[in-house]
Ligand binder design. Structure first.
Ligand code: PEP
Ligand code: MG
Length: 747
C-alpha cells in the first residue's frame, strides 16, 4: 500500500475525529464531514445517505449537490447506484455513472454533470446504516487506495452514528436505537409479555474508532490475537470434545491463525483505524459477504469468523459477557441464538425470549415451552436493534415484537395482558373444581411437563397429574450423558413434587429434531420418520435400560407409570415392555424395592398403531395419543416446517373420524385412553376431543384453566351431535360448526 494514501487517510481520519470532538449539532456535523471529505479527497461532491427506515435511504448531507435536495431526495433500498451499494454492502466505482446499470437520475440534486461515482456502504456489524458517496466531473475510476480510504472513513462514520454523534433535534436524522421498531418473527411459544431487554451477548461499544499511533494499535491487535489463539488451543485441549465440536474449534483456530485476517486488520490500522475498529471493519465485510453466499457450508465458515471477531473485540475492549450491567426487572432475553442449558440457567425469571434465529423445534424452543415463557424466533435483526434496558413487548401468539413501543401501542398491549390476567384469575377460581360438562361427564385434565421447573405449576394449574413427562429435556440440557444415580434423584424429586399424583414418564424420545449434543447425529434424509424414540431404545438398549432402572429406583416402592414413545406395532411394544419387566426383576433381585403398582403404556403417534391387533390393546395398560406426531403422519405435513405445519386442521373430519376409531378400539378392550399433543390445550380442540370420547387430556399447565372453563359450560352430547351434523353435511372441518354452536350457546 503506497505511503501517500496511508498518511492521507490517517490525516483525513484525524481531521474527522478532531471535528467530532467539538460539540455540535447533528446536521452541522454531517455538513462539515461532507465538506471535509470532498476537500481531502479532491472531489467536487461528497454526500451522506442514511436509512430513514429499513427500506428507504435519504440524502442527509452533501457538499456539491444542491442543498435544497437534502432531506428531500430519497430512494428505496436497491434503487439507483446508492441503493445498490446499500443492498449489496459492496462499493460501486464507475467512471461513467449515467450509463451504469440501474442508474437513477435525480434532477433535484443537479448531479447530472458528475460523471465518476464512488459509493461505499456505511455499515456496522449486522446493521446497514447508509451510503457514503463521492462524485467528480472528470470521468475516471477511483483507485484502490481511494476506495479503501473512503471505506475506512465510512467505518468511522458508522461508529459515530452508533454513538449518536449525528442525532439531534435539527436534522431529522434517524436516532439509532431510539425509535420504535416492530419486528415480525415466528411464534415459538404463545403468551404476551412486557419487559425490558436483556441482551444475552451485549453489543461491544467502540468509543475510539480513530487512533493516533498505528504501532501501538498493531501491538494491541497482535497481543489480542495471540490471546485468542491461546484460548482456542486451551478449549481444544481441555474439553472432552466430540468430533463435531472439535471440527468447529479447528475451524476457529484456522481463522485465528490466518495471516490474511490479521494482515487486513493491520492494514486498516495503518490507514488510521483503532484496533477495535479494524476488527469490526473486517467483521462487517465478512457479514456483507455472508449475505451474498448461497453455499451453506461457506456461510457457516463465515459465521465462524463472525464469532471469532466478537471474541477478539471482547478481548480488546475488556467488555466481557458480564458488563457489570444489572439485569432489569421483568427481563426479556434477546439473543441471536441460545443453547438449551444457557436458557435454563436464566430460568423462570425471564418474561419472554426473542431470538434472531432458531426454529420451532430447536432445543431452546423446547425449553422455553417447558418454562412457559412466550417465545418469538426468526426476528432476524433484533440483536442489531435492541439495547439493554429498552422497553419491549412480546406477542408470542402473533410472533410480533415491539421494541421501544409508542405509548399507544404499549397501552393496547397492556390491555391484552390485563385481559389474559383477568381470565387467569377466573380460571384460578375453578382450580379445585372438576372439568364436568353440563351433561355430567367429567374429563380428567393433566399437564405436560419436562423439567423440575414445571412442577410448581401442578398445584397452580389445577391439573390432576402429569399426563406426559418428557424425559429427554434432562438429556438435552446437559453436555454429557447423565448418570443413572443423577437421573434417579431427579425423577424422585419429580414424584415428590407430584405428591402422589400420577406422573406418566415417557422414556427418552430423541432423534428427529431432538439430537443430544453428546451423541453422534445420524445423517438421515427424513429424521422425523427415521431412527428415533423407541426405535433407538430398542436397537441400542443401553440408555433405555439405564433410564428404566433410574425410574424404578426413583419410585422406591411408590406407584410408577412409564410410557414408550412412537410405538408403531405390537411387537415393538412387546419388546419395550419386556425391557421394563426385565429391569424390574433385576432391581428386585438386587434387593431394591419395586413399585407397588407399575403401569406400562404406549404412545400412539403413528396411524399404524390404531390398526394394531387386539392383543396390543389388551397388553398395554393405557394408550396416550401423541397428537403432534400423529397429526404430522396422518396429514403427511412436517410439524417443524413453517410452510405446511398449520395447513391442516385438527378438526378436519377425516382426522376426527380416525380418532373416533381409536376411541372405539380402546373401548372394546377397556384400555384407558388419553390425548397429550398440543391440541389438547386448545379449548375448541379439547371440546371436540371430549365430545368424541376422550376422557383424559394432557396439556400445557396454562391451558388447563381455559379448557376447564369451556368444558364446564357445554353439553358434550350436544357437541357430539354438532360434529355428527358436520359429517352428515359432508363438511371438511367441524370447526365452523362448533364455533357457530358455541357462539349461539354462550351465556
Ligand atoms: C406428540 O407427538 O404429540 C407428543 C406429545 O410428543 P412430542 O411433542 O414430545 O413429540
Ligand atoms: Mg411425539
Amino acid at each position: 500500500m503506497p505511503e501517500r494514501s496511508e498518511s492521507d487517510s490517517r490525516k483525513l481520519l484525524r481531521r474527522l475525529r478532531d471535528m467530532l470532538a467539538v460539540p455540535g449539532k447533528g446536521q452541522d456535523r454531517l455538513d462539515q464531514i461532507t465538506h471535509l471529505i470532498a476537500d481531502s479527497m479532491g472531489t467536487e461532491v461528497c454526500s451522506i445517505y442514511l436509512f430513514r427506515d429499513p427500506e428507504t435511504l435519504e440524502l442527509c448531507a452533501t457538499e456539491g449537490l444542491r442543498k435544497e435536495s437534502v432531506h428531500q431526495t430519497r430512494m428505496k433500498l436497491g434503487e439507483g447506484l446508492v441503493g445498490r451499494v446499500a443492498r449489496t454492502g459492496q462499493p460501486v466505482n464507475t467512471a461513467d455513472a449515467p450509463s451504469e446499470k440501474g442508474f437513477r437520475f435525480m434532477p433535484e440534486t443537479g448531479e447530472e454533470i458528475y460523471s465518476s461515482f464512488l459509493g461505499v456502504p456505511i455499515q456496522r456489524v449486522g446493521e446497514k446504516l447508509g451510503v457514503l458517496v463521492v462524485q467528480s466531473k472528470v470521468a475516471r475510476e477511483f483507485s484502490e487506495d481511494e476506495i479503501y480510504a473512503l471505506d475506512v472513513v465510512a467505518m468511522v462514520l458508522a461508529e459515530m452514528t452508533e454513538l449518536g454523534a449525528f442525532t439531534g433535534d435539527d436534522g431529522g436524522i434517524r436516532a439509532l436505537h431510539k425509535q420504535p421498531v416492530m419486528l415480525r418473527g415466528t411464534s415459538g411459544q404463545e403468551g404476551a409479555a412486557e419487559g425490558r431487554v436483556w441482551l444475552h451477548e451485549p453489543r461491544v461499544v467502540i468509543t475510539n474508532p480513530v487512533a493516533d499511533d498505528p504501532l501501538t494499535e498493531i501491538d494491541r491487535i497482535r497481543a489480542a490475537v495471540g490471546e485468542l489463539r491461546v484460548s482456542i488451543d486451551d478449549l481444544l485441549e481441555a474439553q472432552t470434545l466430540d468430533k463435531d465440536q472439535k471440527q468447529v474449534l479447528e475451524a476457529y483456530r484456522m481463522f485465528a491463525q490466518s495471516r490474511g485476517w490479521l494482515r487486513r486488520m493491520e492494514e486498516d490500522i495503518m490507514r488510521g483505524l483503532s484496533a477495535e475498529a479494524a476488527v469490526e471493519k473486517e467483521q462487517s465485510a465478512a457479514r456483507a459477504r455472508l449475505e451474498q453466499v448461497p453455499d451453506a457450508y461457506l456461510r457457516e465458515r463465515l459465521s465462524d469468523l463472525d464469532d471469532l471477531s466478537n471474541r477478539l473485540l471482547r478481548i480488546l475492549t475488556g467488555q466481557g459477557k458480564d458488563t457489570g450491567a444489572e439485569m432489569p426487572e421483568n427481563p426479556v432475553l434477546v439473543a441471536r441464538n441460545i443453547g438449551p442449558a444457557e436458557l435454563l440457567e436464566y430460568g423462570r425469571k425471564l418474561k419472554a425470549v426473542v431470538m434472531d434465529e432458531g426454529s420451532v423445534g430447536s432445543h431452546a424452543a423446547v425449553v422455553a415451552r417447558a418454562l412457559a415463557i412466550p417465545l418469538v424466533i426468526n426476528t432476524e435483526r433484533i440483536t442489531a436493534e435492541a439495547l439493554n434496558g429498552d422497553p419491549i413487548l412480546v406477542d408470542g401468539d402473533q410472533g410480533i415484537v415491539h421494541l421501544r413501543p409508542e405509548e399507544t401501542v404499549a397501552r393496547a398491549f397492556r390491555d391484552k395482558i390485563a385481559m389474559q390476567a383477568e381470565a387467569q384469575k377466573r380460571y384460578a377460581s375453578l382450580r379445585g373444581l372438576p372439568a364436568t360438562a353440563t351433561c355430567g361427564t367429567t374429563v380428567a385434565l393433566h399437564m405436560n411437563a419436562g423439567l423440575m421447573a414445571d412442577l410448581p405449576s401442578l398445584e397452580g394449574s389445577g391439573a390432576e397429574g402429569v399426563g406426559l413427562f418428557r424425559t429427554e429435556l434432562q438429556f438435552l440440557v446437559r453436555s454429557k450423558m447423565p448418570q443413572r444415580a443423577e437421573l434417579a434423584r431427579l425423577y424422585a424429586r419429580v414424584m415428590d413434587a407430584a405428591k402422589g399424583r400420577r406422573v406418566a414418564f415417557r422414556t427418552l424420545d430423541i432423534g428427529s429434531d431432538k439430537v443430544l449434543p453428546y451423541m453422534k447425529p445420524q445423517d438421515e434424509p427424513n429424521p422425523a420418520m427415521g431412527w428415533r424414540a423407541v426405535r433407538v431404545g430398542l436397537d441400542k438398549p443401553g440408555v433405555l435400560r439405564m433410564q428404566l432402572q433410574a425410574l424404578i429406583r426413583a419410585a422406591n416402592g411408590r406407584p410408577l407409570t412409564i410410557m414408550f414413545p412412537l410405538i408403531t406395532e405390537l411387537s415393538e411394544f412387546q419388546q419395550a415392555r419386556a425391557h421394563a419387566l426385565r429391569e424390574l426383576h433385576r432391581e428386585k433381585s438386587l434387593g431394591h424395592p419395586v413399585p407397588e403398582k407399575l403401569e406400562i403404556g404406549a404412545m400412539l403417534e403413528t396411524p399404524s398403531l390404531a390398526f394394531a391387533p387386539r392383543a396390543f390393546f389388551e397388553l398395554t395398560d393405557f394408550v396416550s395419543v401423541g397428537g403432534n406426531d400423529l397429526k404430522q403422519f396422518f396429514f403427511a405435513a412436517d410439524r417443524e416446517n413453517e410452510l405446511v405445519r398449520r395447513r391442516y386442521d385438527t378438526l378436519n373430519l377425516s382426522f376426527l373420524t380416525f380418532l373416533e376409531g381409536i376411541v372405539a378400539r380402546c373401548a372394546q378392550t377397556g384400555t384407558p385412553l388419553s390425548f397429550c399433543g398440543e391440541d389438547a390445550g386448545r379449548p375448541i380442540e379439547a371440546l371436540a376431543l371430549a365430545a368424541i370420547g376422550f376422557r383424559t387430556l394432557s396439556m400445557r399447565p396454562a391451558s388447563v384453566g381455559p379448557v376447564k372453563a369451556l368444558l364446564r359450560r357445554v353439553n358434550l352430547n350436544d357437541a357430539r351431535a354438532v360434529i355428527d351434523r358436520a359429517k352428515a353435511e359432508g363438511a371438511e372441518s367441524a370447526r365452523p360448526f362448533l364455533m357457530e354452536w358455541l357462539s349461539s350457546h354462550s351465556e
